[in-house]
Design a protein around this ligand. Sequence first.
Ligand SMILES: CCCCCCCCCCCCCCCCCC(=O)SCCNC(=O)CCNC(=O)[C@H](O)C(C)(C)COP(=O)(O)OP(=O)(O)OC[C@H]1O[C@@H](n2cnc3c(N)ncnc32)[C@H](O)[C@@H]1OP(=O)(O)O
Ligand SMILES: NC(=O)C1=CN([C@@H]2O[C@H](COP(=O)(O)OP(=O)(O)OC[C@H]3O[C@@H](n4cnc5c(N)ncnc54)[C@H](OP(=O)(O)O)[C@@H]3O)[C@@H](O)[C@H]2O)C=CC1
Length: 574
Amino acid sequence: MFPFEKQLTPGRLQIGRRGGLSSEDPGQTCKLGLRIPTHDHGVFGRLGQGRQSDRQTDSMASIADYYEGKNVLITGATGFMGKVLVEKLLRSCPGVRALYILVRPKAGQTMQERVSNMMKCKLFDRVREDDPDFHKKIVAISSELMQPGLAISPEDVEKLCSCINIVFHCAATIRFDEPLKHAVQLNVMATQQLLSLAQRMQQLEAFIHVSTAYANCNRHHIDEVIYPPPVQPKKLIDSLEWMDDSIVRDITPRLIGDRPNTYTYTKALAECVVQQESSRLNIGIIRPSIVGASWQEPFPGWIDNFNGPSGVFIAAGKGILRTMRANNDAVADLIPVDTVVNLTLAVGWYTAVHRPKSAMVYNCTTGGINPFHWGEIEHHVMSTFKRNPLEQAFRRPNANITSNYLINQYWILVSHKFPALLYDLYLRLSGQKPQMMRIFNRLHKAIGLLEYFSNQDWEWNSENMSMLLSQLTPEDKKTFNFDVRQLNWPEYIENYCIGTKKYVLNEDMSDIPAARQHLRKLRNIRYTFNTLLLVFVWRVFIARSQMARNIWSFVVNLCFKFLSYFRASSTLTA
Ligand SMILES: CCCCCCCCCCCCCCCCCC(=O)SCCNC(=O)CCNC(=O)[C@H](O)C(C)(C)COP(=O)(O)OP(=O)(O)OC[C@H]1O[C@@H](n2cnc3c(N)ncnc32)[C@H](O)[C@@H]1OP(=O)(O)O
Ligand SMILES: NC(=O)C1=CN([C@@H]2O[C@H](COP(=O)(O)OP(=O)(O)OC[C@H]3O[C@@H](n4cnc5c(N)ncnc54)[C@H](OP(=O)(O)O)[C@@H]3O)[C@@H](O)[C@H]2O)C=CC1
């Protein structure tokens, strides 16, 4: 059952078109408690929109000048991208008036605790240096995006409606295995609710939605347009409302069709929902590809999660992952998080200042401009982890990618399952709980979900990104750099891997000599193991089979003759 069903009572707070809080529903309210915005807009629905307002904005102003004095609303600010966005805004747009961030309590922490913990994070070190009081600009608003009205209090709604100038919508569930209902609630319906709220913001100049380059991954060539949705979002929402969870689970594969997961499917629907509002709001849509560690800012290699390639790199660095299905020659469309954030801020500025007639889409990708391939990534990841090993590696880092299913299965058996079995046996014998097989099962599940993206490539048109770059002043090109032609991949991948070590695993760089020593120990264990295996094979075959004995004596004879010949010829030369 959807949470909305339980909580919405007649006359409950609705975000209406006319501004202010009302218990009547001026739009079309679906039974889930969501108002599906209609296209007929009343006077108040139009008032206060950046597109219609007479506010004059200096189109030549720099990006930082534009954000001066602005109130910015950010969803998903506690997430990977959101945090970098908050940091960059505070650091490079010091004139920004306030950042309103929608945060929910989570994992036993209150909203305030979460925000203060977030601000203590190393990511904010540079901002802290520049302005120790930076936290005063952050206004946390309690919000659970899956609740009716986003669970924002009426006072907060009023505050937001009266002061927000620009919205960045980053929140989403990015899990590939998210049940469809949940993914729809968060990625589609919450977006719809936020758009309804945005329509009531009297000072709003731009609404920036963060989508994904893979929203249309069922196509090979992807332009900067919003494609027709796989289904009308309203129809799907209406159907999911009465369907039992088990029915939804059963029909999910049919619904998502040629998309690999509910994530890409619901992100495509979200784009459609956003587009429906484009006649009323100034909208920009950013579509990043695979967002990776930071390239330059606030420092190279910052990353704080296991998503996408990061988990794969760590697993390979720890010597756990030895094989994965990926195409060596396919383009690895990674994009650094700071690049995405710089583009996002530039899009916010451009959308507000230039007010394009329709929603503009920005494919934020690297493949078409500065391509790099999975085979090259594998090489640089391995080389970095050999030089800068992770602590307590399971085996020496040596991962190989292959697009061949059978070869991959063979290596899974030999290099994953067999060592896991042996290690678990060792743990059992030493009175500990076996765990390696469980780790491998989780790893196989995770990489199974990623393989769709690592075995093929896509062509994204990124003209809007190039156009936007050409609109920036030389100063902004430096401060809000998203020119991926300058990206030096080997250097970036090295910093990325070191970033996973320092910021995800919290390992100290000064412990690298000990980690190297551990790898040497693993190498010696391997040599010993291989020797023992050889002796075992010798015992089994040589002792029991005449043919094996004959082959063995033939080989020994050959070696002996070769040695004698070598000794004789070296005596003659002397
Ligand atoms: C040498 C290598 C060469 C490599 C070349 C090939 C590389 C290919 C890479 C391809 C990447 C393609 C990505 C495509 C992205 C599309 C872009 C986007 O739009 S969307 C953006 C992309 N979206 C995504 O990437 C989402 C993908 N992820 C998922 O969907 C899910 O996490 C899951 C299904 C994989 C696992 O679900 P589940 O089993 O329920 O596990 P939980 O999640 O609940 O985590 C439990 C705990 O485990 C922790 N942990 C997690 N992973 C790892 C790890 N690898 N290790 C260790 N630990 C890990 C985790 O932190 C957590 O800790 P804690 O908080 O409890 O302390
Ligand atoms: N990472 C990537 O590779 C890519 C990401 N994107 C897009 O970028 C955006 C940000 O992604 P990323 O930062 O990586 O994702 P994260 O998972 O790191 O962050 C998600 C954010 O959404 C918030 N959120 C999730 N559910 C709720 C909820 N019910 N109520 C309130 N807030 C909620 C999370 O808050 P909380 O901390 O409370 O959970 C968190 O702040 C997403 O829209 C994603 O689709 C696009 C392409 C690639």
